[in-house]
Design a protein around this ligand. Structure first.
Ligand code: AHR
Length: 495
């Protein structure tokens, strides 16, 4: 099959905000305990952080990590995770039915994120708590004043503020499953007042208001309008969350999941612009897609986990080859909408629906989905180009028109490189993708990495961690060969 990709130096989507390649660590399952933190592990550092995990995260260049939840945050007392560890309370954790030991909190996590080379995106509890506690947390983390919470931080051993710039005003407050779920108007008022206090405490921070938990929520649309009308002046971003899965075992349909993500983004952008116009506002509200991924494999197993366990193996999806293709397409959708999506978080990072897995007391291993995420994060920095791809389309399930080839392209001016990310959704045919560069001269092909496997259900595991790993592909200056059902990352040196 033939297809053509045209890239023009002057046709750009946007400069990409590095936070587009963010991720997420929640106090859930083995993400924290047994994931990033395991004192006694042979690679543990002076604070009990697993060195093998840190090494992989640094390799991925994760720019931003959302913390501490997720549903967890809506019942969380941030003070529990500060100060003397031996005095920290053990608590019933109501979002996931576990026991939280609080051996890791913001005191430790801010240090972990430094060691990982990431920024923190901090979420505040707008479920059981409210604006005052949110403001106190901003003071604890960011203030330089001689005042109660900044002094508390100093007493806990941190003279220098943590300098957290990106903050979430709660989590999925539209969802009835959320601890202290709110109606749109109730959330909008609470978020607005929290935002005022938080920005008065530190005017340099950026705030993300909760949008819908997914585009199928019955309140989707009216929720965003209500929140934006109330909070427009005080916030910078609205959030989107979405998880995908191949529940019908229809691979061709499943590979079209990114169409849903694109439509969701476009609808939210339209609402943001409508409210801006209504307000006669000057600023655009941008999008924070702060939870996205594939999540469905572990749903049944999670029902068997006994209540009140400590760090049980919750949400441990084991990802297949086809999941890696979907993740590749979802990343393309984010890059292609980077004019409005400024922040995005692959949910999550370690053990919980994650690209990076650990064995307690054992090794770290990488899922199939690690590769598209790692390549996008490492080589997707710069300016997103309009990726004009001419190719045939197919229909499957609920999709009428899915392009066989899904692409994005990023120009990194500093490095003098253009990177193309391409997924061939064709199950049987190789695609010969002709490349037309305009405004660039290709000097050389730096690398072409392919993630592919004959079996779309192939997975990696602790015992067999290299079942699905990248291999080199076939590229010329003017064309790329895309194997059937493959993910591809191709880097060109350009002038
Ligand atoms: O990422 C897992 C969960 O998914 C998060 O806690 C929640 O926000 C979402 O429903």
């Amino acid at each position: 099959m033939k297809a053509k990709l045209t890239l023009n130096k002057d046709k750009i989507v946007s400069k990409i905000d590095d936070r587009l390649y963010g991720s997420f660590i929640e106090h859930l399952g083995r993400a924290v305990y047994g994931g990033i933190y395991e004192p006694g592990h042979e690679t543990a550092d002076d604070m009990g952080f697993r060195g093998d995990v840190l090494e992989v995260i640094r390799e991925m260049k994760v720019p931003l990590v959302r913390y501490p939840g997720g549903n967890f945050v809506s019942g969380y007392h941030w003070e529990d995770g500060t100060g003397d560890k031996s005095k920290r309370p053990r608590r019933l954790e109501l979002a996931w039915g576990t026991i939280e030991t609080n051996q890791v909190g913001i005191d430790e996590f801010q240090e972990w994120s430094k060691r990982a080379g990431s920024e923190i995106m901090m979420a505040v509890n707008l479920g059981t708590r409210g604006p005052e506690e949110a403001g106190n947390l901003v003071e604890y983390c960011n203030a330089v004043t001689d005042t109660y919470y900044a002094d508390m931080r100093r007493k806990n051993g941190f003279d220098k503020p943590f300098g957290i710039r990106t903050w979430c005003l709660g989590n999925e407050m539209d969802g009835p499953w959320q601890i202290c779920h709110l109606e749109a108007k109730e959330y909008a008022r609470k978020a607005c007042e929290a935002a005022k206090i938080m920005k008065w405490t530190d005017p340099s921070i950026e705030l993300v208001a909760c949008g819908s938990s997914h585009s199928g929520m019955p309140t989707f649309g009216t929720w965003e309008e209500t929140v934006l009308r109330e909070c427009y002046e005080h916030i910078d971003y609205i959030s989107l969350h979405s998880y995908y899965g191949n529940r019908e075992n229809n691979t061709e349909e499943y590979l079209g999941s990114s169409i849903d993500m694109e439509r969701f983004i476009e609808k939210v952008v339209a609402i943001c612009d409508k409210i801006k116009e209504e307000k006669g506002g000057k600023k655009d509200i941008h999008l924070s897609f702060d939870e996205w991924n594939v999540w469905f494999h572990s749903n049944e197993a999670d029902k068997q986990i006994p209540r009140w366990s400590i760090a049980p193996p919750q949400l441990e999806d084991i990802y297949t080859m086809e999941d890696a293709l979907v993740v590749g397409c979802l990343l393309n959708a984010l890059i292609n909408h980077s004019d409005r999506v400024k922040i995005a978080c692959l949910a999550q990072l370690v053990n919980v629906i994650a690209p990076v897995m650990t064995v307690n007391g054992g090794k770290v291993w990488l899922q199939t989905t690690f590769y598209p995420y790692m390549y996008a994060s490492r080589y997707g920095r710069g300016t997103a180009l309009v990726a004009l791809c001419e190719c045939e389309k197919y229909s499957a399930g609920r999709w009428e028109s899915v392009p066989y080839v899904d692409c994005s392209a990023v120009y990194n001016e500093e490095a003098g490189e253009v990177t193309v990310f391409a997924v061939n959704r064709n199950m049987t045919e190789t695609v010969d993708l002709a490349l037309e560069f305009s405004g660039f001269t290709v000097e050389s092909i730096l690398e072409h990495k392919v993630v592919n496997h004959d079996d779309m259900k192939a997975t990696n595991s602790a015992m067999n961690p290299e079942e699905v790993t990248p291999h080199d592909g076939e590229t010329k200056a003017d064309s790329v060969e895309l194997e059937p059902h493959s993910y591809n990352m191709i880097r060109f040196k350009v002038k």
